[in-house]
Design a protein around this ligand. Structure first.
Ligand code: PLP
Length: 630
């Protein structure tokens, strides 16, 4: 057999597209292991497998989230430096003061790290609810950093925001609805606070894809043009127009096409000019979130990608705003953005352990006995006569024969043995066709499903609904890469299934530069050797949207800092115990244990010893981990 050419680091990086989506934070290392480089490609790298091994040695269970606060710091720096550079490049007279919308990830380490890294840039935070504002007000920010309050607000929310203002924080209340104005004015009067107000304007411009409905005239949030005028009039009448300091517009998350962003900025900037002309002293132009993450690395307007960089984004915002303001001889506003996804996506990696492989039938040679059913023999014949010239006809015949056998089986006319033979032969035929057509330029549509049909299913110890909810909810794509063996050519293709009892708990869509792949290249698993998969770019939204479907709880997480030589696990936060998730559903564990004891009391056929043992076990399960532990 011809010696296979060596599979190199470069080959692995191309297979898994690491340089395309990795943003300089991830690479394939010399040992063929995935490495994290939080300080950039020239900084030190650490093998993720080493981190995982250390945690495993400490007895930490799977699945686990590895968080890299240094990546959050790098992202905060990059965003702010991009705006600084654009401001210098175009001679922009205003400044940039972004805020981080905490709804994207409210985990303590995330918010505190961003707040700390943002202090030199007067970077602020954004709240969309009372609870979010409560945690934000306790953060230490630069003196002039903004705290913006979006979302629907009741009196308590408004009161909390105004108290923040009274405490000297720069809290801006964004009016999402016209009706909020009267409420804010009443509470402000009551507290004797001069509020800082923003108006969320419903732009005509829209995003695209998943979040298109966040923008446009039909959007849930924001004031229409007539409402904006009315709000200005009301504020003028009560002598509060000087409180109106911010114009806010947000057309949705993951805006993949820069042209949509430019159109929105232009419309928002014109509205800024119009409001200034009406006498509102708007200082801040807040362009919301939407800065996209290139999950598949294709640098395109595809929904899992982005056809622009953070630097181009900053340049376009600065340039278009300047152009519009100059056209009308208005002062350049302070630019605000609310980028959440782009700041947080990169910082966390979900690590999955493969616990089992489900392989489709027909890999081993099939022996057809003399007395097998005629259709089984036909299938064997079809397999033997299969060539590149007749594969379509053969495939149709084989499909037919397999279905007929299954029908005959239902009627009791075919044995289980013959049915098994037929299925194995059918898969052999499918496998042979798959091999033959790999070399063809054109593959008929009906064969596109073959790779998925023939793929292994890797069973991983996790719940998709807890850890990757967007995979299920909005078909989000995340890069997935084996953590090791990356100097070996992957020889198999697989999809991933979780341990929830929900057939939606699977991943069968993977990143690709041109399209979406339906299988992931993996290695042949070696008995007794663990195999780990890293799911990357999971830091935005997944932590908060995850649910306890099947009562799988929050997973363990480790905060890791990379140093010149090696790494430090700064903190480990344990996963949720079963008790916690059960209690969230309204049970008292005491009651459950008592009820269980009563059932045991009544039970016949168990010795007192067995009863005691059972109750002991039950108590222990209530405090056990929710995922598989051996
Ligand atoms: C969700 C949200 C954001 C965050 O958007 P990203 O695309 O994650 O940056 C910003 N602003 C508002 C008003 C939001 O609702």
């Amino acid at each position: 057999m011809r010696q296979l050419e060596q599979y190199t680091i470069k080959d692995a990086e191309e297979t898994y597209l690491v340089p395309y989506w990795g943003h300089g934070f991830f690479r394939v290392g010399r040992q063929g292991e995935m490495e994290v480089t939080p300080l950039g490609p020239d900084g030190p790298g650490v093998s993720l497998l080493e981190v995982v091994r250390r945690l495993e040695d400490e007895g930490r269970p799977f699945p686990m989230i590895l968080r890299f606060p240094q990546i959050l710091e790098a992202r905060v720096r990059e965003l702010n430096e991009a705006f600084r550079a654009a401001i210098a490049k175009y001679g922009y007279q205003g400044a940039y003061q972004g805020v981080y919308p905490v709804k994207v990830n409210q985990r303590r380490v995330v918010v505190e790290t961003i707040a700390r890294a943002g202090r030199p840039y007067a970077f602020g935070l954004e709240a969309g609810s009372k609870a979010e504002l409560a945690l934000i007000l306790a953060q230490e920010l630069a003196e002039d950093a903004l705290v913006t309050c979006n979302g629907f607000k009741d009196e308590d929310f408004v009161r909390l925001a105004l108290m923040g203002k009274k405490l000297g924080k720069r809290v801006v209340i964004t009016l999402e609805k016209f009706a909020e104005l009267a409420r804010v004015l009443r509470v402000a009067h009551e507290l004797g606070v001069r509020p800082l107000l923003g108006l969320r304007f419903k732009l005509r411009a829209k995003g695209s894809g998943q979040w298109a409905s966040s923008g446009g005239e039909g959007a849930k949030f924001g004031l229409s043009a007539p409402e904006v005028l009315r709000a200005v009039e009301v504020l003028r009448e009560v002598g509060m127009l000087d409180s109106l300091v911010m114009l806010h517009a947000h057309i949705g998350s993951q805006i993949t096409d820069i042209r949509r962003i430019k159109a929105a900025v232009r419309e928002a900037a014109q509205t800024y000019v119009q409001l200034r002309r009406l006498g509102a002293p708007i200082r801040y132009l807040n362009l919301g979130g939407g800065l996209a993450v290139d999950y598949d690395g294709s640098k395109s307007a595809f929904y899992a990608s982005a056809n622009y960089t953070t630097w181009e984004y900053a340049e376009d915002l600065v340039y278009v705003t300047k152009e519009v303001a100059d056209q009308h001889r208005e002062v350049h506003p302070i630019l605000v953005t609310e980028s959440g996804r782009a700041l947080t996506a990169y910082h966390s990696v979900l690590v999955l352990q493969v616990i089992d492989v489900i392989r489709p039938p027909g890999e081993a040679a099939v022996e057809v006995p003399e007395d097998a059913h005629q259709l089984v023999k036909d299938l064997e014949e079809e397999y033997k006569s299969l060539t590149i010239k007749n594969y379509r006809d053969i495939y149709h015949d084989a499909l037919n024969d397999k279905e007929t056998i299954q029908t005959l089986y239902d009627l009791g006319l075919v044995s289980l043995r013959d049915r098994a033979l037929a299925e194995a032969l059918f898969y052999q035929i499918a496998r042979k066709i798959h091999r033959l057509i790999r070399t063809l330029d054109y593959v008929p549509d009906e064969f596109e499903a073959l790779p998925k049909l023939l793929a292994d299913k890797l069973v991983c110890n996790f719940s998709l609904f807890q850890s990757l909810p967007d995979t299920w909810a909005i078909k989000q794509l995340f890069p997935i890469v084996p953590l090791a063996r990356l100097l070996e050519r992957p020889t198999r293709e697989a999809t991933i299934v979780d341990i929830s009892c929900d057939s939606d708990g699977k991943i069968d869509r993977f990143i690709d530069l041109k399209d979406v792949r339906h299988t992931l290249p993996i290695h042949d698993l070696r008995p007794g050797e663990p195999y780990y998969l890293g799911v990357f770019l999971t830091g935005a939204y997944q932590d908060v949207l995850g649910s306890t479907h099947n009562l799988f709880g929050r997973v363990l997480e480790a905060h890791v800092r990379v140093e010149e030589h090696g790494f430090v696990v700064e903190r480990v936060v344990g996963g949720e115990k079963a008790r916690r998730v059960i209690e969230k559903m309204g049970y008292e564990t005491e009651d459950l244990t008592r009820a269980m004891a009563a059932v045991l009391e009544e039970a016949d056929g168990l010795s007192p010893e067995e009863k005691r043992e059972f109750l002991e076990r039950y108590r222990n399960e209530l405090v056990g981990y929710t995922y598989l532990e051996d």
